[in-house]
Structures are given as C-alpha cells and as structure tokens.
Design a binder for this molecule. Structure first.
Ligand code: ATP
Ligand code: MG
Length: 550
C-alpha cells in the first residue's frame, strides 16, 4: 500500500528541517495506516458475505417464478370454466384457490386448484432450471384456500384426474404467485362442505373415514366458506337463472317491472306475521308481507301488467324446511280480457317456460346439484304442460287414497303440508308430473281481496301452484270493485277505513279493470326444482326465527 506521508517536506510542518518526519507526524501516519487497514478488512468481509449470499440464491434458478405476486403487466387470465381441449399444449394463466395440496417428493407436488367450485389439477415438478425444488417446496407450503396466480402448460393427463371436476386437463406449472393468503385455521373446510348433506343435525360428528360431518347449521354459520362449494355455486347459478327467466318471460309479454315500498304505514295482511319498524321518525312502520296491495294499485293506475322481484318479510315463527322470515318474491299482476283463466294459463306457461329453459340451458349445473341431492331426481313436466285440477278434485284423490280429509270437506282448513306432499306423490304416480295446479279454492282459506266464484259462493277464483307436492305460488282473481272489496274486508273482520287500507280501497273507486295475479317464492322454486332438502340451501344468507346472521 502507498504511504500516506507527504513526499515534499519544504512547507510541511510535520517535516523537520533535515527532511526527516517529526515524531508527531509518525504517530499520525501510524494511526491512519491502522484505520485504512480496518476499513479494508471490513470491505473484504462485506464482499465475502455478498458473494456467499449470491452463491446461495443463484442455486434457485426459478426464484422469480414464484413468491409474493409482483405488480406487473401480465398475460390474459383464463377462467377455469373456459378451459377446454383447445388449450392443450398451450400456456394459460389462471387465478384460483388452492383446494388442497399434496407433496409427492422434493421434486414433485400436486395442487388442486378451485375456481367457483370447478377444480383442476396443477402439477409442480422440478425440472432443471425452469422449476426449482425451492419452488415446489414453497408451492405446497401455501395454506389451503389461498388464492394463487398460476401460469402453466395445459396437458391431457392419462388417466384423467378423477378427483377434479375438470378431469381431462391438467396444468403443468411454470410460475406460481401468491395473490391472497388464507388463514391456516379455517372454521370449516370447503372439502368437508363438499360432502353430501348429512342425515344428522348433531354437531361435532365424524363420518366413517373420520372426516368432520358439517351440519346445515355449521354450513350456514360459515356461509362465506360454504358458498364456495361446487354444489352451492351451481345452486345460485340456477337461482339467478330463475329470476332472470321470470323477468324475461314477463317482459316478453309486455309487462313492466316495478319496485313497490317495503316499509308500510300499517300492517295490511293481518297483524300476526308482520315485522314492526319501531322508529320511523317517531311513528311505527311495518315491513311488507307482500307487494299485493301495491301491485293492484298499479293495475288501478292503468299499468295493465306489472311484476316485481323483491324481498318479502314474514314474521311467522315457522321453523320448517320451507319457511323463511325474509324471502325473494316474484310477483305479477295483470288485467284480463274475459276470464281469470287467461291469467292462470299465462302463469302456468310461465312455470313451464322457467323449468324447460333451466333444463335446456343449465344441464351442467343441474347435474352438479343432483350429485349432492340425488333423491328427488330430474323434475318432470308431463307433455310440457301444467296439470290443472280443481281443489276438490285434489281432495278426492287424497280421500280415495285413504287420507282423512274431513276438515277440507267441511271447508274448515286449507290442505296441510303433509296432505300437500301426499297429493304430490299421488299425482306423480297417477299423472307422471312434478308440477300441478289446484284451482277454485274455498273462499274461507283465501285472503280478503280474492274474488268469489261466480256460481258457488263457498269457492273462489283462486289457485295454488305446486312443485314436487309443495306450494310455490298462490294467486287469484282480485276484487276490483270498491264496495265489494269493503264488504269482503268487513266479512273478514277488517276495517276498510283503517289508515293502512284507505288508499288501497280508494284506488278502486275510480274504476279498475278485472285483474288477477300471483306471488311466487324464488327460494322455494329453486329448492323444489333441484330437490333440495331445505329452503335455506337455496338462500344465500337465510333469515329465520333463529338466525339473523351472517
Ligand atoms: P305456506 O302455506 O307454505 O306457508 P303461504 O300460503 O303462507 O305459504 P303465500 O302468502 O301464498 O304463502 O305466499 C306466496 C308464495 O311465497 C308461496 O307460495 C311461497 O312460494 C312463498 N312463501 C310464502 N311464505 C314463505 C316463507 N315463509 N318462506 C319462503 N317462501 C315463502
Ligand atoms: Mg299461499
């Protein structure tokens, strides 16, 4: 190393007159030399450390092909449901959850990827430089349900991957990045919810293989996880389709969609089943039990044909498989030219249309749901037509089969749920259909706005629709004359001058065309069409007397 001593001593105070360094200068030079040596040593150590680090990372030839997701422009993301044979030997990028993962060896791992219930197998195989062992190790370390963005080549596995819903294709991973991490401990696993619904409602049970049995309650408590199953994804595709087909059919007929108020000033259809809103600016309000009165007021307002899709609130403490406190109503109301059977026929064709279109357009989804709910089988409509019977013909079928129908014969009560179901079975056996209609119900079991039968005052121009033996719709011709309406209300103990009714009754004072309509329950249509066990399975976040969350 070069000396730091000055070479020209002439003007230098650190140099003596004879040119030799002074004592002070020597000391300083020594100190500086020591400092320089120290600095050099530190630099060397630093260089060595960096070299070692570099040596270590350079062993991972794939280090930029996995890890936390970098923010960068990238290739087009393919949806799993769009993957097909034409993708074979092509590179695709998908965003999916890790359904489960399995490490075969240090060099090979399998990930099951899941997107909206569909699954496909991804293979992470260390192969020279492109995919490293570290990459394989990292991929299997990711927690189940985490979202990853994966790029890879699509191959045809031989044999097909039986456990994947897309069994004929496989993704050979070249890049994998973490998009969103799932917690290590989830309250419920999607794969457990993916098993058929258990017969037991008891919590904490395990099945023969030791896997936890998840009850409906556990599923509903953890609905955000539960909704991720293939079956639930299919159920809500069907539910959306029913709503869409209803709207399509109504619009095609020239009907207009309306949204009527859900907060009302009075409990209109009987007080027991209504939720009170206690703080409506110092007054009480009530949640609508149906859009009935408003649909009819729209008819009185020359709207001719109206429909609505909206929430319906029922404060009934009914803890059954088919009752909710809030459900989605598909309602319609329309004028007719001659006879209410024009509207009844229209409504029958509406249901036939919905069912036939579901069966034509949603084969895959229906097949998925039937894997989990196989009991009911495909929905049957004989000859593409509704079977229409008179109410008392239905009672006769029951009576002939040995069912006690004394109360119905004497106009005391409506059909019970058990009788409805039995009638459904008998009709299926006799007529080979899952959809039937009963017409001309007794007046006593129908609401005040129902039009009386023209010749038999004990009957009414009203109808119920049934799918697999359970009610999905009630409807009727409505009273369109104010005086007749007032009389009907009084006969049922209601006051037409009460605050909740005056506007409604007044709507008919200026003349209103004869009309009829009906109210369908979306959740029930989905439930019975698919053969689910419980209306809650057809409701994303059900509300019942026990449940107000999630
Ligand atoms: P149910 O006899 O089954 O209690 P309802 O006769 O009281 O039904 P309506 O007032 O006629 O029911 O309502 C019209 C439609 O709305 C029903 O046919 C059904 O599809 C649906 N619906 C009624 N109540 C409920 C509920 N609590 N939960 C889910 N859907 C319902
Ligand atoms: Mg009803």
């Amino acid at each position: 190393m070069e000396s730091s001593l000055p070479t020209h001593a002439k003007d230098n105070p650190n140099v003596s007159a004879d040119g030799a360094p002074s004592k002070n200068a020597l000391k300083k030079a020594q100190k500086e030399a020591e400092k320089a040596a120290k600095k050099a040593a530190a630099k060397k150590a630093d260089e060595e450390k960096r070299a070692a680090q570099q040596a270590q990372t350079s062993e991972d030839t794939a280090k930029d092909k996995y890890g936390e997701l970098p923010q960068e422009e990238g290739p087009i993301i393919t949806h799993l449901k769009k993957l097909g044979e034409d993708h074979v030997d092509k590179e695709v990028t998908v965003i999916a959850r890790i359904h489960n993962s399995r490490s075969q060896s240090a060099k090979l791992a399998f990930l099951m990827l899941r997107q909206q219930g569909k699954t496909v197998q991804a293979v992470v195989a260390a192969n020279g430089e492109a995919v490293s062992r570290q990459m394989v190790k990292w991929a299997v370390s990711l927690s189940v349900n985490s979202f990853v963005r994966v790029t890879g080549l699509i191959k045809k596995p031989d044999p097909p991957v039986a456990s994947a819903s897309i069994s004929n294709l496989e993704l050979h991973v070249t890049k994998i990045y973490l998009l969103a991490r799932a917690a290590e401990q989830l309250p419920m696993q999607v794969k457990d919810a993916e098993r058929p619904p258990p017969a037991t409602a008891e919590e904490g049970q395990v099945d023969a293989e030791g896997a936890p049995i998840v009850t409906l309650k556990t599923r509903l408590d953890n609905r955000v996880i539960d909704l991720q199953t293939e079956c639930n994804q299919a159920i809500f595709t069907i539910s959306d389709a029913v709503e869409g087909l209803f709207t399509e059919y109504m619009r095609k007929s020239g009907s207009r969609q309306f949204n009527t108020p859900k907060i009302l000033g009075a409990a209109t259809e009987g007080g027991s089943g209504v939720f009170e809103v206690s703080n409506y600016f110092g007054k009480s309000g009530f949640l609508a039990q149906s859009p009935q009165l408003y649909k009819q007021m729209l008819i009185a307002a020359d709207c001719e044909s109206v429909f609505e899709v909206g929430p319906v609130f029922r404060a009934e403490n009914s803890n059954t498989h088919r009752h909710l406190c809030e459900f989605t109503g598909l309602d319609f109301e329309m004028v007719f030219d001659h006879h209410y059977h024009e509207v009844l026929g229209f409504a029958e064709q509406l249901i036939v249309f919905i069912i036939q279109e579901l069966q034509a357009r949603y084969k895959d989804e229906i097949a998925v749901v039937h894997r989990y709910f196989p009991r009911a089988g495909d929905f049957r409509i004989k000859d593409g037509k509704a079977l229409r019977l008179k109410y008392f013909d239905g009672i006769k079928i029951l009576r002939d089969a040995g069912v006690d129908t004394t109360e119905q014969d004497n106009y005391v009560t409506d059909l019970t749920t058990a009788q409805e179901k039995r009638l459904g079975q008998l009709i299926r056996e006799k007529y080979d259909t899952d959809f039937y209609v009963l017409d001309e119900f007794p007046m006593v079991v129908r609401p005040f706005y129902t039009k009386q039968h023209p010749t038999d005052p004990k009957l009414s121009n009203s109808y119920d629709f049934f799918m697999r033996g359970e009610e999905i719709m009630s409807g009727a011709q409505r009273i369109n004359d104010a005086a007749e309406l007032e009389a009907s209300m009084r006969s049922k103990g209601l006051d037409p001058d009460a605050e909740g009714f005056v506007d409604y009754v007044n709507a008919f004072r200026q003349g209103c065309r004869p009309h009829a309509g009906g109210g369908l329950g979306l959740n029930r249509i989905v439930m019975f069409f698919l053969g689910l066990d419980n209306v809650r399975q057809a409701t994303p976040f059900p509300r019942d007397p026990q449940r107000l969350r999630p």
